[in-house]
Design a protein around this ligand. Structure first.
Ligand code: NDP
Length: 246
């Protein structure tokens, strides 16, 4: 499905990003694995792909640092000369009630989840405009659509992803670039490992499909939007939550 495409996944060392990178490589994209702190996991993924004869490369960049993002895109330009798909996946989440949320938490969260997305999209769009082709996929969250107590800062970031996605989709459509967001519900990754058992049970009881999502559930939608199957889909937010009833 992605033969000949070059695809960058930010935060591909773990969780959803890792599953998306793996699935894209299995569909014959050249995958660029971005990571920040988890070098071992990123290397392990790249080795796994290379052993299977699939194509990938890896690059460390903190997406909240403009210097790092600039260097990452310089590398992509020099090594690949093009970028077909950008998956803005890197994200952090720290649950905190509003009264206990300090500006440090706010700045850290917005730095990765929003500034990182803004920077990567700006650099990627420069390449994609010239190609007159591109696919940009941003990770939002159902928390950004519905809000959640204890997730004020995170929800605000993920809601902003939706406005950002729709605006960029309108701006870049004329260049053959689609821009979409995915809003996952509860997905089994490190991000949710600190959620209390009783909270998990409560959420689970409200999921019509009766199970917590897997990273692969989200990766399948990323694959769809990355491929020609999603050619006429842009400015959308696709919810992947197993139908959360409440
Ligand atoms: P994980 O915690 O499992 O993985 C997060 C990934 O983001 C890691 O690969 C990490 O890389 C990377 N990352 C974090 N900070 C940076 C940074 N500054 N620069 C580059 N990479 C960074 O999270 P998930 O896979 O669960 O989440 C992926 C996305 O999906 C996030 O945007 C999240 O908000 C969203 N999402 C997740 C949901 C869930 O239930 N899991 C629900 C809704 C949305 P490293 O370890 O190398 O630093």
């Amino acid at each position: 499905m992605l033969l000949g495409k070059v695809l960058l996944v930010t935060g591909a060392s773990r969780g959803i990003g890792r599953a998306a990178a793996l699935m894209a490589a299995e569909n014959h994209a050249h995958v660029i694995i971005n990571y920040n702190k988890s070098e071992e996991q990123a290397s392990e993924l790249m080795d796994q792909l290379l052993e299977r004869g699939l194509h990938s490369s890896m690059i460390r960049a903190d997406v909240s640092s403009e210097e790092d993002v600039k260097a990452m895109f310089k590398y992509i330009k020099e090594e690949h000369s093009r970028l077909d798909v950008l998956v803005n996946n890197a994200g952090v989440m720290k649950n905190s009630l509003l009264a206990l949320s300090n500006t440090e938490l706010f700045d850290q969260t917005i730095g990765v989840n929003l500034k990182g997305m803004f920077l990567c999209t700006r650099y990627a769009a420069n390449m994609m405009r010239k190609q007159r082709y591109g696919r940009i996929i941003n990770l939002s969250s159902t928390a950004g659509l519905n809000g959640d107590a204890g997730q004020t800062v995170y929800s605000a970031n993920k809601a902003a992803v939706v406005g950002f996605t729709r605006s960029v989709a309108k701006e870049l459509g004329m260049y053959g670039i689609t821009v979409n967001a995915i809003a996952p519900g509860l997905i089994e990754t490190d991000l949710i490992k600190d959620i209390k058992a009783e909270t998990r049970e409560k959420i689970l009881s409200n999921i019509a499909l009766g199970r917590i999502g897997t990273p692969e559930d989200v990766a399948k939608v990323i694959l769809f939007l990355s491929s020609d199957l999603g050619d006429y889909v842009s400015g959308e937010v696709i919810v992947v939550d197993g139908c959360q009833i409440m």
